[in-house]
Design a protein around this ligand. Sequence first.
Ligand code: GUN
Ligand code: ZN
Length: 430
Amino acid sequence: MMTDKLFLGRVLSFDRRPEGAEDEAALSYHADGAVLVRGGRIAAAGERADIDAADAEIIDHRPHLIVPGFIDTHLHFPQVQVLASWGRDLLDWLNTYTFPEETRYADPEHCAAMAKGFYDGLLRNGTTSAVAYGSVHATSAEAMLSEAEARGMCMIGGKVMMDCHAPEQLLDTAEQGYEDSKALIARWHGRGRIRYAITPRFALTSTPAQLEAAGALCAEHPDCYLQTHVNENLAEIDRAAELYPEDHDYLGIYERFGLLSERALLGHAIHMKPRERDVLEATGAKPVFCPTSNLFLGSGLYDDAAMRARGIAGAIATDIGGGTSYSMLQTLSEGYKVLQLQGQQMHPYQAFDWITRGNAEALGLRGEIGTLEAGSAADMVVLDCRATPEMALRAARIETLAEELFLLMIMGDDRAIAQTYVGGAAQKEG
Ligand code: GUN
Ligand code: ZN
């Protein structure tokens, strides 16, 4: 019989989105806490004294914080070697660096090698689940999903569908994109902890016939996810209007082809018209805030308050390689500043809720990931707010949990991740 494991530390998770600094009722926090793990799942989490774990192996992380593993809801596997490429703006960056780079993912050996670096980077940064784009090649999705499976991770992803306006080697066809996606769905969707995302890249690189095929896939597989990009950049929006003049607006294109549902994830969603927010509200499709990418490519400022005013709870993500860090802590830091520029505030409770429970909820996966509720996978992160000398110096003046979390999100990165667990198994060396 496998022995139970009892993780000791200060245990924190969120039951719902905190309304602000005073809303401590939204969190479960146990200063003398413990998480009991049995067979890779959480059996109990709370006060150590309340948990019956007589025969468990003890893993002592005191005085660190134990929180649910982070979830990255939008990033690109074939861009691990695009990250930090100098460029003018989105379309320039795509054409100059990103498209040429993605042609390399026709090679399964290259895919396999890059998949290792991709997950090593995510796990070192405390990200235990992600929603990722492959390249157009089925082999890239294959490598991306099989490496996640080997590591026991809950992973969502798919091969990109793109059949126009990109280099020849990166194009499928409406039919081939449909067939390849269909075969990948049959092979991967619901296999262990893996789920499939139907992935038309964006309106600029798909013909109407391909978007129609993507819509057919969504209709045939309503429990698959759908991911794409929308309203990231002004030149991109103009181009979408040229290509699809009959639609109301950019989101209207995806709406017409039946791509929008609660399972749809829309990267960026920066320059939104009021009607487009209506469509999000009506369909339940989720906008995804990608702060480091939006700043790096000069794309614009995501208006979180306008979304939340309508009850739209977006997700948050790195968008590697337009994004500049694997770290969800750094993503929060930049996200905080993006909201500051618009007179909006992100409280540290809301921030840590967002990258755990909030993102899990956006994916419809609460109960599996994002909290420390009994029954969830034991995907956890151990946070050390004294990870660097500068953080330790600052931490000496900290009095509250909120201050500690804020220090972690503003100054923290992979060094603040003392350990990452997937299904109760340690992922970081040392
Ligand atoms: N829009 C279409 N493709 C991409 C991509 O790879 N990155 C970003 N940031 N935006 C896109
Ligand atoms: Zn993207």
